[in-house]
Write a protein that binds this ligand. Structure first.
Ligand SMILES: [Zn+2]
Length: 247
């Protein structure tokens, strides 16, 4: 989500498999119409997927504490996010929920695979973490798999992808260190969804960066395990901003 003319890579940074079906295919090199504007002209109470997507996105941007913090952090880093410019609701191939397209600094939302508001919020949060990483650092998404691995670890760790309620639904509850295991597994799956590499290579990349990237909680300052934590993190971020602006 860096400024205009930013072209650090020729295609996608990441594609996310939905939680219920972790196997996914590579979808973004075949994006049919980049930058397609959201559909307009909502009629009556009946919405199709391509009409629901921008409405759910708007609600997520305005109300979700994870997203509000990330939007503030992007703005603070000089990469202000514009709803119409930086998000694109599209139909995607396979089971992918969304992705960050580094070549256009756009977040793709797979309207045919995002099923409800909570899912929309998780996808937007996850992709905004990639966008934040893209903004703050020179990320070699395509030439250095460890850079991708680091951002996937951070996105899985901080987006709520591995929050307790999600995990209970997956019937994995009760293991110590489970959050770390979930983050590692999801990071590996996200890499495999967009890179044609072996599972062993993906695992090695994740393991090499895991400790430092798992402990990098920016811009949250903590692991926001639920919306209450995310609200606290947002408040602290705003106070941090205020402190610096008073110097
Ligand atoms: Zn990702």
């Amino acid at each position: 989500m860096a400024g205009a003319g930013d072209a650090r890579g020729p295609g996608p940074a990441a594609g996310e498999p939905p939680p219920q079906q972790r196997g996914a295919c590579q979808v973004f090199p075949e994006r049919p119409a980049q930058g397609k504007p959201p559909q307009e002209g909502f009629l009556s109470g009946f919405f199709t997927n391509d009409q629901k997507c921008p409405l759910m996105l708007l609600k997520t941007l305005e109300t979700n504490p994870y997203v509000k913090l990330l939007l503030d952090a992007m703005k603070h880093s000089g990469c202000a996010v514009n709803k119409d410019r930086h998000f694109s609701c599209e139909d995607c191939n396979g089971n992918v929920s969304g992705g960050f397209d580094a070549s256009t600094s756009q977040i793709v939302l797979c309207q045919n695979n995002i099923s409800n508001q909570a899912h929309m919020s998780r996808v937007v949060t996850h992709e905004l973490i990639h966008a934040f990483d893209h903004c703050r650092a020179h990320v070699n998404w395509f030439t250095n798999v460890r850079h991708l691995a680091c951002s996937e670890v951070r996105a899985a760790n901080l987006s709520g992808d591995c929050s307790l309620v999600n995990e209970i639904f997956r019937l994995h509850f009760g293991l110590k260190q489970h959050h770390q295991t979930c983050v590692r597994d999801r990071a590996i799956l996200s890499i495999l969804a967009v890179r044609n590499i072996s599972k062993e290579v993906a695992q090695k990349a994740v393991d090499e960066v895991f400790e430092s990237c798992f402990n990098d909680h920016e811009p949250f300052g903590r692991i926001p395990h639920n919306k209450t934590y995310a609200r606290y993190a947002h408040r602290d971020f705003q106070n941090r901003d205020r402190y610096y602006s008073n110097i």
